[in-house]
Write a protein that binds this ligand. Structure first.
Ligand code: SF4
Length: 304
């Protein structure tokens, strides 16, 4: 579970006070979500004519919102595609099996529930007191991808949103020393699946408000009792503080993720710094040639 970024005070007060303002806000919000999801689908070519989209539904606010908005867009889309909601019942103790199926039946949506006891595996393998989310997510992804391959789904839709993408970017930077994140569309490692994230442009607090307005029957993810990854929590706390002190900063960062300038960074595999400004006569000397007469590397003062 993540920390939802705070809404500006005046917006919260207006929502709480006036039912008409609440309705107005809800309509504007629904429209904004359709617009943002439609734009993300178009910008990244997420859905094409004839696609069979498997919508992964966990029972959390994000995936309910994704399904709801995709169903609305499907009615007026310029292409024809099918949607199937798929949930993985991981056999967590206390998982209310009937909730999702009743909800999906009431919508008349095509759906399937995969039953696989990943909970027992995770609780057996992960030492007590350690967070189980990483292994749990890997097993969940494996089960869902296998199901998609076996049943011919052409796209797998996941409910990650803008704030997840920004948080992942900082996690990778702070804890793995790399600039990479959670792309809106990607090919799975084995090349068999195209994964899409239709909520890529959507703020988490908008999703939380939408889920509340629509009264989705939310199933908590932490029935297993696991605690969320500490590093992710730290990053979310940092983002919350920024948004509180500098409203709009997270949106600015999210926009920056779509405006990369390799020549202004420092990765020679993305930009040909070696040839830059050279007369092109000789191949440039490599580091060994430059350092031939220097002492051992640990004597060097590189300012690090
Ligand atoms: S909170 Fe529990 S169910 Fe959710 S990802 Fe973590 S281990 Fe899995």
């Amino acid at each position: 579970m993540s920390t939802v970024l705070p809404l500006p005070e005046p917006v919260m007060r207006r929502r709480e006070r006036d039912p008409r303002a609440q309705r107005h806000e809800a309509n504007r919000l629904a429209k904004r979500l359709r617009h943002q999801v439609g734009r993300a689908i178009a910008d990244f070519g997420m859905i094409e004519d004839g696609d069979r989209v498997m919508v992964c539904l966990s029972g959390g606010k994000d995936s309910y919102t994704m399904l709801d908005v995709l169903l609305q867009l499907q009615k007026k889309a310029p292409v024809s595609f099918s949607l199937t909601a798929v949930n993985l019942d991981q056999k967590q103790p206390g998982f209310p099996e009937h909730v999702l199926s009743e909800y999906l039946r009431s919508l008349g949506v095509d759906f399937h529930i995969i039953e696989q006891d990943t909970y027992s595996v995770v609780s057996r393998v992960v030492p007590e007191g350690k967070t189980m989310c990483s292994l749990c997510s890997r097993l969940r992804r494996g089960a869902l991808y296998t199901y998609a391959a076996e049943h011919g789904y052409t796209k797998i839709a996941l409910g990650h949103h803008r704030d997840d993408m920004v948080a992942t970017f900082f996690l990778n930077m702070f804890f793995h020393a790399k600039l990479s994140g959670m792309p809106p569309k990607l090919l799975s490692d084995d090349g068999r699946h195209v994964v899409i994230r239709p909520l890529a442009y959507v703020r988490e607090d908008d999703i939380a408000a939408y889920a509340q307005a629509k009264a989705f029957p939310i199933i908590p993810c932490n029935l297993c009792g696991s605690q969320e990854n500490l590093q992710r929590k730290q990053v979310q706390k940092m983002m919350c503080g920024w948004e509180r002190d500098f409203p709009g900063r997270i949106e600015t960062i999210a926009r920056a993720l779509g405006d990369i300038r390799p020549s202004q960074l420092a990765d020679p595999s993305l930009f040909d710094f070696l040839s830059l400004g050279g007369a092109g006569r000789d191949a440039p000397a490599d580091a060994r040639a430059w350092l031939a007469d220097s002492g051992p590397a640990d004597d060097a003062d590189d300012g690090a």
